[in-house]
Every structure is written in structure tokens, then in C-alpha cells.
Design a protein around this ligand. Structure first.
Ligand code: HEC
Length: 111
């Protein structure tokens, strides 16, 4: 009995069971290598679109706004718009969403 519990195979199995969840969590946190966002369109759909396609904020697609202007507004806020810090949208994802918005065509008009 005790020889079974002390066997190397049992110890390895325990070690694997405890270590695995941490490896999986670490892998998720590093999705895409640069944060939780999956590119510019993803950030726009999950964050900006809630206000900017629902008449809370002005339409920003289809206006060829310069990416540098968009990133400045997002980091600093602009009158009624709240600022979003790097802890919320990392620099890389912010750059991607700014380029996406700058090049995107205007959203279809809503009824
Ligand atoms: C909580 C609602 C809200 C969210 C979320 C939001 N915005 Fe805004 N945004 C606003 C409002 C309201 C204004 C208009 C501010 C004013 O003029 O008082 C604005 C203005 C702007 C402007 C200036 C538009 C112009 O006509 O010059 C830009 C650029 C902008 N937002 C980009 C973004 C981006 C990019 C995101 C996503 C990362 C985003 N916003 C998310 C509410 C929001």
C-alpha cells in the first residue's frame, strides 16, 4: 500500500494535475502574444462600437480620421468620452483599432 503511494509514477501524476491548470491559465493570458484583444476590429466591436454605433458618441468610421488623433482621444479622453488606459487597451491593440477605424467605411445607417 505505502509502496504504491510512494511510487514515482504516482508522484508524477500528482505533479501533473497540480501544474496543468497554471500552464493553461498562463497560456490564455498570453493569447495572441499581446493581450486579450484579437485585433482592431475586435476592439472596435467590443468597446468603441457600443457608443459609436448607438448614437452615444459620433460616428467615427468612414471619416478617415488620422490614427494618431484616434489614439490620442482614447488615451486622454475627449469631453464626454472617457479615457482608456493601457491596462485596458494595450498600445499594440490601440494602434490596430485606430488603423482599422481610419480605413473602415461608414457603418450602415440604423433604422
Ligand atoms: C462610453 C461611450 C464611449 C466609448 C466606449 C468610446 N467612445 Fe469615443 N466618444 C464618446 C463620446 C460621447 C464622444 C464625443 C465626445 C464629445 O464631443 O463630447 C466620443 C468621441 C470620440 C472621438 C472624437 C470624434 C470626433 O468627431 O472628433 C474619437 C476619435 C473616439 N471617440 C474614438 C473612440 C475609440 C477608438 C473608442 C474605442 C477604443 C471609443 N471612442 C470608445 C463615447 C465613447
Amino acid at each position: 500500500m505505502s509502496s504504491l503511494l510512494n511510487s514515482a509514477a504516482v508522484k508524477r501524476t500528482f505533479a501533473a494535475c497540480f501544474a496543468l491548470p497554471f500552464v493553461v491559465l498562463a497560456g490564455n493570458a498570453a493569447a495572441d502574444g499581446d493581450g486579450v484583444w484579437k485585433g482592431g476590429e475586435n476592439v472596435y466591436a467590443k468597446v468603441c462600437g457600443h457608443c459609436h454605433e448607438n448614437k452615444v458618441g459620433p460616428v467615427i468610421k468612414g471619416r478617415q480620421l488620422p490614427p494618431a488623433y484616434i489614439t490620442a482621444v482614447v488615451r486622454n479622453g475627449f469631453r464626454a468620452m472617457p479615457a482608456f488606459p493601457a491596462s485596458f487597451i494595450d498600445d499594440n491593440s490601440l494602434q490596430q483599432v485606430a488603423e482599422y477605424i481610419s480605413k473602415a467605411s461608414a457603418p450602415a445607417a440604423k433604422p
